[in-house]
Design a protein around this ligand. Structure first.
Ligand SMILES: O=C(O)CCC(=O)C(=O)O
Length: 274
């Protein structure tokens, strides 16, 4: 028998609600809302230790993001190999996604498990503008977003803002983007402005161990609350159902490899370059 799960979401009237119930009930809610916070999704300690080890170096050089080998940082944090992957892939986010996809097996791309992101309150130009994460082979990815540092975000540190109730489709990108760093993903300004008028805006605050889970069609951006003074470190995962075309896509396109995640175990499929 699976344990109950607690999620937060925004209901049809735009109110933030909490639900504690079965995975099936949470999955039905996710399909409706497309953005949920999963409370206590992972054991906090491995994430906290990685966050503590990475914070100084990444604050000094945010560009480290693209060169980090997470297994080295596990060692630096005094953790056994695969402790971080186990925490994330064994989390209740994975259990929820198995219920959403009605599948025992998931695909999690490897590259972004080695790409922690730092957001500094003093560098809002490095935030991501409104965008969608998309998907592959006609399937929207699901993003699992995990806080690594500090203990909370949304008040003392930057978090994410979502447009709730936007269409469940891929929207056009902007021809004249504002972002210097993330121009290639910026949502069309016309769409953005229309949705800002029509949608509920949600900036969920989360605690270390919680996860934000959202569908690749949901427009979102980095949010810098006026009270935020601390840097924030986080880790993103790209999750798909284990279908043959998506398996081939991930194996052929992820620069590092693929995790095939079952209930209680995972296989690490390394990409070999010739
Ligand atoms: O962490 C952030 O600031 C933005 C993350 C994001 O946009 C994403 O995970 O798709």
């Amino acid at each position: 028998m699976s344990k109950d799960i607690t999620i937060q979401f925004v209901d049809g009237a735009g109110k933030i609600r909490s639900l504690t119930g079965t995975l099936a009930a949470a999955a039905a809610r996710f399909e409706e809302s497309r953005v949920v916070v999963v409370k206590n999704a992972t054991p906090a300690e491995p994430l906290r230790r990685i966050g503590a080890a990475l914070l100084g170096p990444m604050r000094t050089d945010p560009g480290l993001r693209t060169t980090i080998d997470m297994f080295e940082w596990e060692r630096a944090a005094g953790l056994p190999s695969y402790a971080l992957f186990k925490a994330i892939l064994g989390s209740s986010v994975a259990a929820l996604m198995r219920a959403v996809f009605h599948m025992d097996s998931l695909l999690v791309m490897e590259h972004n498990l080695h790409r922690p992101r730092v957001q500094l309150p003093e560098a809002p130009d490095q935030g991501l503008p409104f965008h969608q994460d998309g998907g592959a082979c006609g399937v929207a990815m699901v993003r699992g977003w995990f806080l690594l540092s500090p203990e909370t975000c949304g008040e003392i540190a930057p978090n994410i803002e979502f447009l709730i109730g936007a269409p469940d489709t891929i929207l056009p990108k902007e021809g004249n983007p504002d972002s210097k760093t993330y121009a290639w993903l910026e949502l069309s300004h016309a769409e953005r402005d229309r949705l800002l008028n029509e949608c509920v805006r949600w900036q969920p605050s989360v605690e270390l161990g919680d996860a934000i889970v959202f569908k690749g069609t949901v427009p979102h951006r980095t949010n810098f609350p006026p009270t935020a003074a601390a840097p924030r470190l986080s880790l993103e995962t790209s999750i798909f159902p284990n279908k043959p075309d998506l398996y081939d896509y991930c194996v052929n396109n992820d620069p590092l490899g693929l995790l095939v995640v079952g209930n209680g175990s995972f296989d690490h499929i390394k990409r070999v370059r010739q």
